[in-house]
Design a protein around this ligand. Structure first.
Ligand code: KDG
Ligand code: MG
Length: 403
């Protein structure tokens, strides 16, 4: 089998999504997700100029060699643009090999380690009461695990809270970055009350997750982790920016609240120190941004040695193609923890027909060969690219802060 074509499809059915389609001389094709929120066209240019032409004529079953060719061969290793491009190629090749073998991807990876994959949904509200209503809605839908985020009194807008009740949260909300204001002290004084209210209303069994979105210093994160221990969070996510990985050691000394990190990581080298020092509990690097199945498999294997489990990133800025491939990976990977799930809009679901299904707080990947997600190219063409940027954050005195 030979690769005869590789094309990039950009579509914006409500948000920008980038898909790589690789076709073979035997009529089998595979698709991979290459979406990097707010920087989509950088990956498109990388794929079109530097990757697609070099794929033509290669044997799609040489998945490892093709991965090494684009990783080592670029000379300029790592980084989100390079690794998203490689991730899309890798996902598409695994899809082709699954279709060629007539097997769902999870079987190629080693078969089922579990019958279904637990996911967590997002409950958000302008205040605690609004968030509790959303938690109830998720519980009614069968979710066993819910991420909770609420507005902070005195801060006009905050991460994870939809503009209007019941609306989807979409951070890339304007062509150029919108500016938000952040106050760590107001946040730290308020957010423990949210977890207390969720436990009081929903009891001990519901898994509660929370995303700090990189905003604290290590000692502030240590304070938060310690203060919320009575509410037994499933995890506290991205409590500090993770460039300085030894910072997690400091947080760890002070709290038993489980820590999750890694959605902005793109290689095993970003994860290694945190995993080996046993400073984290869940690793969130996922297939699109961290070099595809071939590379994330290595991250998961390293993590397993240190009791770290997977908790893949799964926002709507990753396309259903990533979601489908991730669900196969989650079905197989021995050290699975949980999978994030933000439902895509109806328009997106129509552009990307898929075999995965939600039932009772869990997903199954389906039995279709490959990763089971397709793209309706004619429909995709009806939604042209629209520039959208992620916001920036400033402290109340105007200092630029982490968003
Ligand atoms: O889903 C999460 O946990 C996120 O933090 C979502 C990110 O803000 C989003 O992917 C940025 O593009
Ligand atoms: Mg996050």
């Amino acid at each position: 089998m030979k690769i005869v074509d590789a094309r990039v499809i950009v579509t914006c059915p409500g948000r920008n999504l980038v898909t790589l389609k690789i076709e073979t001389d035997e009529g089998i094709y595979g698709i991979g997700d290459a979406t990097l929120n707010g920087r989509e066209l950088a990956v498109v240019a990388y794929l079109e100029e530097h990757v697609a032409p070099a794929l033509i004529g290669r044997d799609p079953s040489s998945i490892e060699d093709i991965w090494q060719f684009f990783y080592r061969g670029a000379y300029w290793r790592r980084g989100p643009v390079t690794m998203s491009a490689i991730g899309a190629v890798d996902m598409a090749l695994w899809d082709i090999m699954g279709k060629a073998a007539g097997m769902p991807l999870y079987k190629l990876l080693g078969g089922k380690s579990r019958e279904r994959v637990m996911v967590y949904g997002h409950a958000t509200g302008h205040d605690i009461e609004g968030c509790l209503e959303e938690v109830q809605r998720h519980v009614d839908l069968g979710y066993r695990a819910v991420r909770v985020q609420c507005g902070i009194p005195g801060i006009a807008s905050t991460y994870g809270v939809a503009k209007k009740a019941g609306e989807r949260y979409e951070p890339a909300d304007s062509s150029l970055p919108s500016e938000n204001v952040w106050s760590t002290s107001k946040y730290l004084n308020h957010v423990p009350k949210l977890f207390q209210a969720v436990r009081e209303r929903f009891g001990d069994d519901l898994h509660i997750l929370h995303d700090v979105h990189h905003r604290l210093t290590p000692i502030e994160a240590a304070r938060l982790g310690k203060e919320v221990e009575p509410y037994h969070l499933f995890w506290l996510e991205d409590c500090v920016p993770a460039e300085n990985q030894s910072a997690f050691g400091l947080i760890r000394q002070h709290t038993t609240t489980p820590l999750a990190v890694g959605e902005v990581f793109n290689s095993i080298h970003d994860c290694r120190e945190l995993i080996e020092s046993q400073s984290i509990d869940y690793i969130r690097a996922t297939l699109t941004h961290a070099g595809g199945i071939t590379h994330v498999r290595r991250i998961a294997a390293l993590a397993e040695l240190y009791h770290v489990r997977t908790g893949f990133h799964g926002p709507t800025d990753l396309s259903p193609v990533c979601m489908g491939a991730a669900l196969h990976f989650d079905t197989w990977v021995p050290n699975f923890g949980i999978q994030e799930h933000m439902p895509h809009s109806e328009e997106i679901e129509e552009v990307f027909p898929h075999a995965y299904r939600f039932e009772d707080g869990h997903f199954t990947p389906g039995e279709a060969p490959g990763h089971g997600v397709d793209i309706d190219e004619a429909l995709a063409a009806k939604y042209p690219y629209k520039r959208a940027s992620l916001p920036v954050n400033r402290l109340e005195d105007g200092t630029l802060w982490h968003w």
